[in-house]
Design a protein around this ligand. Structure first.
Ligand code: ADP
Ligand code: MG
Length: 343
């Protein structure tokens, strides 16, 4: 359970202090999907960044309390926060491409999280299956070093051959042959426990061909797939809570529906709690049980989704509801000619 009490966050800007959050209260119970809705700039992202201490330098939490499963984490140490992020609370953002590392494969990125948060599980799996825990390419340096050694050897060989002193090139030839032999002996690397758990993490978010996706770089994947990879990463540490900050805003409508469905399915399967942040009440209606409406750094209304839609109390909430596009029938109504002639 995540409890946020009277959270106040300021930003120090050139124009003075901006009060981004002005006493936010939120309570997300175990196993529920909670929607946080409000227009752009109302303070939704700042709420989740403040709770997880991910604010930029200019931002500062000036008051309030944050409790995770009863533990006060308002002043938690950096080490504890690293455990919490990923291990207890998974986070996904609007733009998966900027949150993923462009020069690391999916396998490496999910692997990092597993090593950080699931090490005991990894060791256990390796023992059970009698396979190595991590990749077993023991004798391989980084690709850059490998390339440099190879280039070095080839340059010397060609130099000595050109000078007609081919005998001096033999040691370099020997090095190259050793490298080739090494690759040959390691050609059938058994899958490591880490590999298996990465594939498992990708299968959980229903990605087809997880083996192939594991070896891809983020830019090789479509937006929907990238967001699935992000969700797989957020869940890899077996977090019991997921914070999703506008997870579908950057996606096409059809992909958006698929990702929301995925979040709903996973929430059910794993009995997680989800904080779904969005500016779109339509998304909340489809996905959440409870919702808080945020306006100018405050929660102005909080209720079940049914209550908000049938009986909104706050004027701002009413405005948001009216902004949702109405169903086809009303929009396609043929204009009344008598009324039209009056105009
Ligand atoms: N880096 C920043 N510097 C100054 N002010 C900021 C910064 N980030 C956010 N704010 C302030 O916090 C308010 C809430 O922002 P945010 O939480 O990102 O809104 P949203 O609801 O769209 O996620 C903004 O309107 C802005 O005034
Ligand atoms: Mg935001």
């Amino acid at each position: 359970m995540l409890e946020i009490e009277n959270l106040k966050t300021n930003f120090n800007t050139y124009d003075g202090v901006v009060k981004a959050l002005d006493g936010v209260n939120l309570k997300i119970e175990d196993g529920e999907i909670f929607g946080l809705v409000g227009e752009t700039g109302s303070g939704k992202s700042v709420t989740c960044y403040s709770a997880l201490k991910l604010l930029p330098k200019a931002g500062e939490v000036v008051d309030g309390n944050i409790k995770l499963n009863g533990e006060d984490i308002t002043n938690a140490s950096d080490e504890r926060l690293r455990e919490i992020r990923g291990g207890e609370i998974g986070i996904i953002f609007q733009d998966p491409l900027s949150a993923l590392n462009p020069v690391m494969t999916v396998n490496e990125q999910i692997g990092e999280i597993l090593v950080l948060h699931q090490n005991a599980e990894l060791q256990k799996l390796a023992l059970e299956k009698e396979i190595p825990t991590y990749k077993s390419e023991k004798w391989k340096a980084s690709p850059g070093v490998e390339f440099t050694i190879m280039a070095f050897c080839i340059s010397f060989i060609s130099l000595f051959v050109m000078l007609g002193q081919w005998r001096f090139s033999l040691p370099f030839l020997f090095v190259i042959m050793l490298m080739i032999l090494r690759d040959y002996l390691q050609r059938e690397n058994p899958a490591s426990a880490l590999d298996l758990m990465v594939i498992d993490a990708l299968s959980r978010v229903k990605l087809p061909n997880p083996e192939q996706i594991a070896n891809s770089y983020p830019h090789e994947l479509s937006g929907g797939m990238q967001q699935r990879v992000m969700i797989a990463m957020a869940l890899a540490g077996k977090a019991k809570m997921l914070i999703a900050d506008e997870p579908t805003t950057a996606l096409d409508v059809t992909i958006q529906a698929q990702i929301l469905q995925l979040i709903k399915d996973i929430q059910k399967e794993e009995n997680m709690s989800v904080l779904l942040i969005t500016h779109d009440l339509g998304v909340v209606a489809e996905t959440c049980e409870k919702v808080a409406v945020m306006y100018k750094g405050k929660i102005v209304e909080q209720a079940t989704v049914d209550e908000i839609f049938s009986n909104p109390k706050n004027d701002y909430t009413k405005g948001l509801l009216e902004a949702i596009p109405k169903g086809g029938k009303e929009r396609l109504k043929v204009p009344n000619l008598e009324e039209a002639s009056v105009l």
